[in-house]
Design a protein around this ligand. Sequence first.
Ligand code: NAD
Length: 501
Amino acid sequence: MTYPSVPLVPLLINGEFVQSKTTEWRDVINPATQEVLARVPLATPAEMEAAVASAKAAFSTWRKTPIGQRARVFLKYQQLIRDNIKSLAATLTAEQGKTLADAEGDVFRGLEVVEHAASIGNLQLGELANNVAKGVDTYTLLQPIGVCAGITPFNFPAMIPLWMFPMAIACGNTFVLKPSEQDPLVTMRLVELALEAGIPKGVLNVVHGAADIVNAICDHPDIKAVSFVGSTRVGTHVYERATLAGKRVQCMMGAKNHAIVMPDANKEQALNALVGAAFGAAGQRCMALPVAVLVGEARNWIPDLVAKARALRVGPGKDNPDLGPVISRAAKERVEAMIARGEQQGATLELDGRIRNPSTEISAGNFVGPTIFSKVKPGMVIYDEEIFGPVLCVTEADTLEDAIALINANPNGNGTAIFTQSGAAARKFEEDIDVGQVGINVPIPVPVPMFSFTGSRASKLGDLGPYGKQVVLFYTQTKTVTARWFEDDVSTGVNTTISMQ
Ligand code: NAD
């Protein structure tokens, strides 16, 4: 089908926005209305080659660009993002569906990483040990590694690209970005602003596509490092394929985050936090809380939980309701099928979000309302799989130990939270839980950029996380220099032993 008036999403190669020569295109669809906003190409192998070649050529000069000059690009960039945050959020809402307020949060959490990149002068520092032997010093250089690539998911199309290319480029690398093909428009606008901020030609390149282009990134010999955020299935494939090709790889992947609610928790705060984190962004956050573990007497709070969820407003994100649509028709059908499976497998459907008689306002969109199941158990599909929709599974535990054991037995280790007023319970939880992001009376603990995002078990592959201090090690090669400068000309003669004294 052809849509003459629909804009085509360009590639960015060697500083130029160019139209792909591909014959394969995907529609970018507003999930609230089904309007086709743009068409995104599946880039050709030649375009992929051109993007990598341009990044490789630009590396020879960018790697030697003074660190202060690199930092100032990001000082300017953060201001440009700040100045454009409302229009960026509007673009994001139109293609992704989340509410305008939440879209602004998505941009803001990425903006914070750009601010962090502007402080690269304090981050990319080596170490020095003086006089390790007579007249000898040893020090490290953290040198950029070359062309890096980023592969991003649909659910944070502003924040997650901004986790990647600003830090990689600030370290002196060049970059090839592969945005989500489902919502590339806000990412492209952020890329335009990055060029306006002064990123030189070839330093940042963008290719679009799906599995083929991702595989090409994994295989390309001139790409030295790959950052991936997305599902566990795809991330595991990317990790295996790209490490086999000798690259460094970091993969942040799927989640099934549990929140423990202790009976001594502040009930109102805990339930508000749970409802916000389970249903915000229609449950499409890797840091959503889709499982609540009610401990002891907290199991009596289900009616209040349901009442709060029932009160949430569902609608187009542009109107700032509480939650917007899920990303696609396929995602809506998948979530609804999971709800049906939950009923079949014996969980109690406390609140059914399947919308049977939609108003005209939401009839076209991919809307699913807040859904709550109680009596959920491991072995049920709704518990075992990541639903990635507005569905909260409530389960129960007799003790904190039982709740911790349940969480540690789940394959995913992305995020978790506990709601309690007991310092002892909170401390036991943080000590014993095998999960990357831990919240204590905090529902969605996405770390601020001074720290790194992390994860354990099926939620992460690779040791170093995005942003924070860890990513500087990920995006640099440590060179260890040992240097002797003689104070006089006296030769010490030939020494064939290993000692340097
Ligand atoms: P996805 O894995 O489907 O897609 C991620 C990227 O991989 C996209 O760019 C896509 O084009 C590409 N891709 C898709 N299928 C592929 C294939 N077969 N081969 C190679 N590449 C392929 O993920 P998504 O649906 O866009 O995002 C949602 C997922 O991301 C959820 O599982 C969520 O938990 C996860 N996520 C994790 C984090 C985190 O930090 N841990 C953050 C955000 C999202």
